[in-house]
Design a protein. Structure first.
Ligand code: ADP
Ligand code: MG
Length: 319
């Protein structure tokens, strides 16, 4: 017998996520009712993953569940918000129990890691698509934004860049993705690093569309320019090898889906920021400086400086 919508929600989602005392009413009523502390601001974001656009048809459902939540938590991390609650709108071609079991397990385990409660959603039939809305909290006035970068600030990123892009490239060439595949399928939102940078960073963004594009958003919003030192970019051994092969900086500069944080900070905050982020198990690495003007320039190891656009990586290719 096919599962009813009620049974499906009950079975796969009523206990998903982490239980929280501030959920006055969760799944089961017309709306969720959430207790927001008086001295905090609510931080809200939403992102959709569509099969065939954001993930390949037949993709492991556990990874889809993980990633749908991870990309939203990454947005909260970029604002230095602490994640609290999520809703999940699922459009499914059929109520496939093994798909739902794996999806819900991937979603729930990441939710529990971050103490996030699933408090509601919607379930409809149609082409596979997953929309998550994430709600977080930040002390009033304490959110990091894109518009606070100032000339003289350092630019830094967490983790390593280009791994997800390398995995995608390998898979599109029919090659096994190896270690970088994990970065593409199960990105780890840098929530703890975002919290550690509260009060220290002047601007922040998460890298979903590639470093140049996302740092470009900070530069536009802050009306400043940026210089990136290519040799300082933090690269995994696999990405370093790919870059060395052709002096092609496409992967770390322009490939998306890494979900690392890119932040700017006044130099006097650097030591404290690096130490605090290190305590979260992630490395924060300086990659350049904010200056006056507009646009992004990259300095190569030989000192050569070139202006780039969001997809201007070709400038660094030796033809
Ligand atoms: P309504 O008709 O009032 O929109 P629904 O029948 O769609 O209510 O949903 C019943 C309850 O189950 C609601 O609390 C809703 O938030 C929740 N819900 C529905 N789908 C999901 C889902 N995929 N994940 C979590 N909660 C869900
Ligand atoms: Mg409904």
């Amino acid at each position: 017998m096919p599962l009813s919508e009620f049974d499906l929600i009950q079975r796969f989602f009523s206990a998903a996520g982490h239980p929280r005392d501030d959920v006055v009413v969760g799944i089961g009523d017309d709306c969720a009712l959430l207790q927001v502390p008086a001295d905090e601001q609510l931080v809200v974001t939403t992102d959709t993953l569509v099969e065939g656009i954001h993930f390949l048809p037949g993709c492991d459902p556990g990874s889809v569940g993980h990633k749908a939540l991870a990309v939203n938590l990454s947005d909260l991390a970029a604002m230095a918000a602490r994640p609290a609650w999520v809703t999940l709108a699922l459009t499914l071609p059929a109520a496939d129990e093994s798909w739902l079991t794996a999806f819900s397990a991937g979603f729930s385990s990441l939710a529990r890691c971050h103490d996030v409660a699933l408090v509601g959603g919607d379930t409809t039939r149609g082409p596979l698509s997953v929309t998550v809305q994430a709600l977080g909290l930040v002390p009033s006035g304490g959110a990091l934004r894109r518009n606070g970068a100032r000339p003289g600030d350092l630019i830094a990123v967490t983790g390593t860049l280009g791994d997800a892009g390398l995995a995608l490239r390998r898979r599109s060439e029919g090659v096994a993705a190896g270690e970088p595949g994990h970065r593409l399928d199960r990105p780890q939102p840098r929530v703890a690093a975002g919290l550690a940078l509260r009060g220290l960073a002047s601007a922040a963004i998460d890298i979903s569309d590639g470093l140049l594009a996302d740092l470009g958003h900070i530069c536009s919003a802050s009306a400043v320019a940026a210089v990136i030192e290519l040799e300082s970019l933090p690269l995994s051994p696999a990405v370093r090898e790919a870059v060395k092969g052709g002096d092609d900086w496409t992967l770390p500069l322009s490939s998306g889906d890494d979900y690392e944080l890119c932040v700017t900070l006044p130099p006097e905050n650097w030591d404290q920021a690096q130490a605090r982020v290190a305590q979260t198990g992630v490395r924060l690495v300086q990659i350049g400086r904010i200056g006056e003007g507009s646009g992004i320039r990259c300095r190569a190891g030989d000192g050569r400086v070139t202006a780039v656009t969001a997809n201007g990586y070709q400038h660094f290719r030796r033809s």
